[in-house]
Design a protein around this ligand. Structure first.
Ligand code: C2E
Ligand code: CA
Ligand code: CA
Length: 643
């Protein structure tokens, strides 16, 4: 008894692997309706040939039963399940189909045996033929449901034995023959089923690999955006809201630099674990590098969740025996009627993160209505920039850098100007950051640097060019190689070129940054650290960079006459430059008072409106010839005349 029970359980068993069960149902959903149509057609044919030969109840009643049973099964399988069926529903369908196979298989076999007693050999053969054709169709159409095929085999065996023993010899020989075919078909079917199962498993593994970040085991960027899209559609349909969060770690790169990549990986894994422990955080994904994404329910209190996330992430990390400190900035955006797509929602969350990084580092910022106009302004700039004819619309102006000691302009800083046919003149302070975020800034550099180098041919030999580079321009060996190629193609002596980079461009990865600067320097150009003091600079790391010049940000100059602390800082920076034996330029000098005070602190190289505003190329030539040019009038006398 227990053996029969075990066999029965095995036959009716449905796989425990949810993905496999769903795949089986998906494959069967087209085959089963076809199978039932074939059954109806076969039953109609056999009922027709036996009508009038066998009793009517034996032709009409079973035929009606087959029609009813098959139609209801077609209706059941044709029922839509919205493209996504869950595993328990799929499992129910498979079990139901196996049960129906037992009932239909038994009824059809019994019907065939009953019909085989009527008519001549031709009619009897047709009854047997009906059974074999139907069996073959069933085994083929139930290929993805191994248990159903086995059950058919079990049902067919006694039927074939019956025909082999009791039917006329022609039918009996065919029955023996067909038995062999049934065995072969079931064998082939089991091979097919095994391959199908392996394929389904491989597909599942592939989709896991495609959607999971192997380092943290969190869902990855691809999963995040697919999920976001469906979440957005759901929210739109149900008029509900949800929120998106973007997390960017602060201070992760220094940990990576100082403790090595293994330690960096461990920090990322730990961040993943800690994010998972925050209550109400929703779905967490790693978007790449040190960036994580969140999908939160609309009801979430974002300020509270943001604080909870920052609290867990700010705790020290015990990594490979060392303590590491990493923080984070977060940007949130809530879906609303104004968010037209999931991309625009991500754009808002990204903007909030960017805003946090710039203005509230280490904090969480929720995208607010007041950010909207700035973001829209940036989107307008980005769109215009993407469609701009960079070569025609971008130009350069040049601002002299004056050496008071030498009494002349030692260099010109090239500054970008964009005359957009749609937006008019746009300040580089507005379009360069947008170009950086949109990944267009390299195209701008590649347009402007050759123009600036070309301009130098009209300047006397000692006059240098100072040119601004962005983080992207030095972000990869390929990008650096392109800069070097442009410099070498220009024919200008590299010693006449100063490349300005900002501290923020170097801060993300100081080791990489230093390596990039060394490569540039290796061709003979000089490197200036721009806007020094405006960001989160630490004097501590300046010595790790191969620098030739440091430019003190103009925010220090503005109040220098009334700000004792500012004076002390400028003095400290000037001393640092002397110690490091690099030159120092003070930017934004606008008044004689500022100039005199700075000179008293030992600064002799300056730049600012006091000397000249940025000018066109033609004006530079006039300027070089007439005023602070190589053999020009002494600077201070000239300044006095200007004042
Ligand atoms: P920056 O490199 O610090 O350039 C100096 C900026 O200060 C220029 O503004 C210049 O016109 C302004 N300036 C000079 N002297 C004074 C002064 O005495 N007082 C005041 N208030 N401002 C002064 P501009 O041309 O608007 O450029 C803004 C920023 O845009 C630049 O700041 C630089 O970061 C970026 N930029 C400009 N051209 C380029 C470029 O070709 N490539 C890249 N990557 N960035 C550029
Ligand atoms: Ca600059
Ligand atoms: Ca600057």
């Amino acid at each position: 008894m227990s053996v029969i029970k075990r066999i029965g359980t095995k036959l009716f068993m449905v796989h425990a692997e949810p993905k496999l069960v769903v795949a089986q149902v998906q494959a069967l959903s087209t085959q089963i309706p076809v199978l039932h149509l074939i059954l109806i057609a076969d039953a109609a044919a056999v009922a027709y040939t036996h009508y009038g030969v066998a009793p009517d109840w034996l032709t009409i009643l079973p035929f009606c039963f087959v029609c009813l049973a098959c139609s209801s099964r077609i209706a059941f399988w044709a029922r839509p399940y919205g493209g996504a069926i869950d595993a328990s529903e799929a499992s129910k369908r498979l079990k139901g189909t196996t049960r129906v196979t037992v009932i239909l298989g038994t009824v059809l076999s019994a019907w065939t045996i009953a019909l085989s007693h009527y008519g001549d050999i031709g009619t009897q053969m047709h009854a047997f033929h009906f059974l074999t054709v139907t069996m073959i169709a069933c085994v083929f159409c139930l290929m993805h449901l191994h248990s159903a095929s086995l059950i058919l085999g079990v049902i067919a065996t006694p039927v074939m034995i019956y025909f082999a023993v009791f039917a006329p010899s022609l039918v009996s020989i065919t029955a023996i023959n067909f038995s062999a075919i049934v065995v072969l078909m079931i064998f082939m079917q089991s091979v097919f089923h095994r391959d199908f199962r392996d394929l389904a498993r491989a597909n599942e593994e592939n989709s896991r690999i495609a959607n999971v970040d192997p380092l943290t085991d969190l869902p990855n960027r691809r999963w995040f955006f697919t999920r976001l899209e469906s979440e957005f559609r759901e929210a739109l349909r149900g008029q509900t809201a949800f929120a998106v969060g973007m997390i960017d770690l602060d201070g992760f790169k220094p940990v990576n630099d100082a403790l090595g990549h293994r330690a960096g990986d461990e920090v990322l894994r730990e961040v993943g674990r800690r994010l998972g422990s925050v209550a109400g955080i929703g779905q967490v994904a790693r978007l790449g590098g040190d960036e994580f994404g969140l999908i939160l329910p609309g009801s979430a209190d974002l300020a509270k969740t943001g604080d909870a996330i920052l609290a867990v992430l700010n705790r020290p990390y015990d990594i490979l025996g060392s303590a590491a400190q990493v923080g984070a900035s977060i940007g949130f955006a809530v879906s609303s009627a104004a968010s037209q797509s999931h991309e625009s929602l991500v754009e808002r969350a990204d903007y909030a993160l960017y805003f946090a990084k710039e203005n509230a580092r280490g904090k969480a910022v929720v995208f607010a209505p007041e950010h909207e106009s700035r973001l829209r302004g940036q989107s307008v700039i980005e769109q215009a920039l993407r469609h701009a004819d960079l070569d025609a619309e971008l130009s350069l102006v040049y601002q002299p850098i004056i050496d008071l000691g030498a009494g002349r302009a030692i260099a010109f800083e090239a500054l970008a100007r964009w005359d957009s046919p749609r937006l008019g003149r746009v300040s580089p302070a507005d379009f360069i950051p947008v170009a950086e975020r949109a990944g267009i800034v390299q195209a701008i550099t590649h347009t402007l640097l050759p123009k600036a180098l070309e301009a130098m041919h009209g300047w006397p030999a000692p006059t240098q060019l100072s040119f601004n580079l962005s983080a992207h321009d030095i972000g990869s060996p390929e990008a650096i190689a392109q800069i070097i190629e442009i410099v070498e193609a220009s024919g200008v002596a590299p010693s006449r070129i100063i490349l300005e980079v900002t501290e923020t461009a170097l801060m993300r990865d100081i080791t990489e940054g230093a390596r990039a600067l060394l490569t540039l320097r290796s061709i003979g150009v000089a490197i200036a650290l721009d806007d020094f003091g405006s960001g989160y600079s630490s004097l501590g790391y300046v010595h790790r960079l191969p620098l030739d010049r440091l430019k003190i940000d103009r925010s220090f100059t503005a109040n220098i006459c009334h700000d004792v602390k500012g004076q002390a800082i400028v003095k400290a920076i000037l001393d640092l430059c002397r110690t490091m034996e690099i030159s120092c330029v003070v930017e934004g000098v606008e008044t004689i008072e500022q100039c005199t005070l700075l000179e008293a602190h030992g600064c002799s190289v300056m730049q600012g409106y006091l000397f000249h505003k940025p000018m066109t190329l033609v004006e530079t030539k006039r300027f070089l010839g007439a005023r602070f040019g190589s053999g020009g009038v002494p600077v201070r006398a000239e300044m006095a005349a200007v004042a």
